[in-house]
Design a protein around this ligand. Structure first.
Ligand code: NAD
Length: 247
């Protein structure tokens, strides 16, 4: 299927590796002009090289921490006219809920909730004017199923989920969609870094394996397609059946 986003411009946050990188690669494979965002130039350069090699399209990149207002301003300054926005950043630390400090909460809410809110608010006016926009937020399966020690993640993701549920309906008539992709046990560097814990997590997945980043990227590219114009305000689990839910 041709997703008909060739020539569209896309900003993908947290894109130097993992799920963000997979989304950027999938969008570039569909012919979109992608700008990668992450905190370090060297890793961004390496990601841009990989995408250029695979697709023939060299992404631009912006060095920025999306957890800061300054970082978000830098992103917008270089990519204000984007047709596609993928919000993403590293997940908050796993910690016993009794050990969480106010600083932990502020950081998690900044990085995994307010960063997306501010970027959506910044990019939506241009998208509405051009009557085309696709926003995909990478959240987490924790939004549907709490996991012990991941209370920061669950809470920050659900705040964003609630925001999207309201806002998506207010901009739907302008050709702008917002959806959330909820990963669970996808084999990114983050999962590999967990070592033995990762094996225990994978053992719980009904599909019997971890997900592949490219499977996640493909779902993102579809949600950004012309064909997905009538899908908005949704939360799509990409988790091999991990969250046992009826709807
Ligand atoms: P990852 O750690 O492999 O990659 C995160 C990317 O974001 C990296 O490129 C990193 O440099 C960048 N980044 C981190 N903080 C940033 C910031 N403040 N500003 C800009 N860039 C930043 O993680 P991943 O596995 O790709 O996961 C992406 C998101 O999905 C995370 O929020 C994670 O918690 C969530 N998630 C992933 C899984 C999974 O199975 N991989 C499961 C549940 C939730």
């Amino acid at each position: 299927m041709d997703f008909r986003i060739q020539g569209r411009t896309a900003v993908v946050c947290g894109a130097s590796r993992g799920l963000g990188m997979a989304c950027a690669l999938a969008l570039a494979s569909e012919g979109a002009h992608v700008t990668l965002v992450a905190r370090r130039a060297e890793t961004l350069q390496a990601a841009a090289d990989r995408i250029a090699e695979a697709t023939g399209l060299r992404p631009a990149f912006v060095v920025a921490d999306v957890g800061t207002a300054q970082g978000r301003a830098a992103v917008h300054a270089s990519t204000s006219e984007a047709d596609i926005l993928v919000t993403n950043a590293g997940g908050p630390p796993a910690r016993d809920f009794m050990d969480l400090t106010l600083e932990d909460w502020e950081r998690a809410l900044n990085v995994n909730f307010l960063s997306a809110v501010e970027m959506i608010q910044t990019f939506v006016p241009g998208m509405r004017t051009r009557r085309f926009g696709r926003i995909v937020n990478i959240t987490s399966a924790t939004a549907r199923m709490p996991v012990e020690r991941l209370d920061l993640s669950t809470s920050a993701r659900l705040a964003l989920t609630g925001y999207v549920a309201g806002v998506a309906r207010q901009i739907a008539k302008d050709g702008v969609t917002i959806n959330n992709l909820l990963p669970g046990t996808i084999m990114t560097e983050r999962l590999i870094e967990l070592g033995a814990t990762a094996d225990a997590l994978i053992a719980r997945v009904p599909a019997g394996r971890a997900g592949k980043p490219e499977e996640f990227g493909a779902a993102c590219a579809f949600l950004c397609s012309e064909q997905a114009a009538f899908i908005t305000g949704q939360n799509l689990l990409i988790d091999g059946g991990l969250c046992a839910l009826t709807i």
